[in-house]
Ligand binder design. Structure first.
Ligand code: ATP
Ligand code: MG
Ligand code: FE
Length: 346
């Protein structure tokens, strides 16, 4: 079975081909990705209308590139998958429209995929895939959640952020430090030159017994610190502040993940979403997991942020689990707001 997957929930257009036979592990045959980051940079954030228009321009050429890499023609595709939500409504509609139009022309079914299920299952495309059950730490630009995952479609929310997501905390702090958009990777780079103990920044909810997060106070603390340092702030201080911000985010993520491991008694942790690419987080989680005898799994670095491969993969795993509700109608709707728990065993 060959699946063509489209991702267009935000500012990346991604298309990929994933194939599987029976219950064998699905394989990524080809993929193509275009990031709109440069286009949105001038505005300091994603401009939804520009995002939609760019998805229109990119989707089909990227599909051709992904198919070419896979060595397949469009008629070899058996199922067309797309991100149904959550995300920007206009951007989602473009991906859904292209996917359903293509499927209609080919007389093939479609499957709408939950974007976070894509992130969550992306580590199954790595050389060392996890086994169920596991605790998942989902850390992206829009979400920060801890989940218990017992199988495809079996997702139990254990805790989540009550305000900003971890990626948002990286991006907003980076903006205050003058690092552009999206600032997560830039802040991480600057942090390598600084001392994470230099500034004492808040670790909200760290000592609460629950598995919830709060990152909104962090950007305020970064702003207050920058105001205190004044206009003469030097490069070393900025690097120290970047390192201290990263240390605060990473410590909370690691401590809460380990708490989830203790509470569930599970011995596997899966990290997914853009912030999963962060080297400091990977280092600290690695150490904590080794101490607790826990195996930790990540997507490959290039599959941490949004991509088409994770959408095609989630579709493949849903098919294999007998949970794919395929549509031959080619009418489509999107869900800009959509809880993953609701998208479970539907
Ligand atoms: P969601 O998946 O919740 O809808 P999203 O799709 O925008 O949100 P992702 O593409 O998964 O999020 O991740 C993007 C986020 O990851 C951004 O906030 C970005 O700054 C952050 N990020 C990417 N790489 C790194 C890194 N190395 N260190 C820290 N943050 C990073
Ligand atoms: Mg993005
Ligand atoms: Fe995402």
């Amino acid at each position: 079975m060959n699946i063509l997957g489209f991702e267009s929930s935000c500012d990346e257009t991604g298309v990929a081909v994933v194939a599987f036979e029976g219950q064998e592990a699905p394989r990524l045959l080809g993929q193509a990705l275009h990031s709109q980051v440069q286009m949105h940079e001038a505005y300091g954030g994603v401009v939804p209308e520009l995002a939609s228009r760019d998805h229109v321009r990119r989707a089909l050429p990227l599909a051709e590139a992904a198919l070419a890499e896979a060595g397949l023609g469009v008629h070899d595709i058996d199922l067309v998958a797309f991100t149904r939500g959550p995300g920007l409504a206009g951007a989602l509609l473009v991906g859904a429209g292209v996917a359903c139009g293509l499927a209609a022309a080919l007389c093939r079914p479609t499957l709408g995929v939950h974007h976070l299920e894509g992130h969550l299952l992306s580590p199954f495309l790595s050389a060392d895939p996890p086994e169920f059950p596991f605790v998942a730490l989902l850390v992206s630009g829009g979400h920060t959640q801890l989940m218990r995952v017992d199988g495809v479609g079996h997702y139990e929310l254990l805790g989540e952020t009550i305000d900003d997501a971890a990626g948002e905390a990286f991006d907003k702090s980076a903006k205050l430090l003058g690092l552009g958009y999206p600032g997560g990777p830039a802040l991480a780079r600057l942090a390598t030159q600084g001392n994470g103990l230099a500034f004492e920044l808040p670790r909200p909810l760290l000592h609460q017994p629950n598995l919830d997060f709060s990152f909104a106070g962090l950007k305020t603390a970064v702003m207050t610190t920058l105001n205190r340092l004044g206009p003469d702030v030097n490069d070393a201080q900025r690097a120290d502040l970047a390192a201290s911000t990263q240390a605060a985010i990473v410590e909370v993520l690691v401590r809460k993940s380990m708490r989830a491991i203790r509470q569930t008694g599970l011995r596997r942790l899966v990290v997914a979403g853009g912030v999963g690419a962060n080297a400091a987080l990977r280092h600290e989680l690695g150490q904590a997991c080794t101490r607790m005898g826990v195996k930790v799994h990540y997507p490959e670095l290039h599959l941490c942020t949004d991509n088409g491969a994770m959408i095609a993969m989630a579709a493949a795993m849903r098919c294999q689990a007998g949970l794919a509700v395929l549509s031959n109608e080619h009418r489509f709707g999107v869900k800009p707001r959509w809880d993953l728990a609701e998208a479970g065993v539907a």
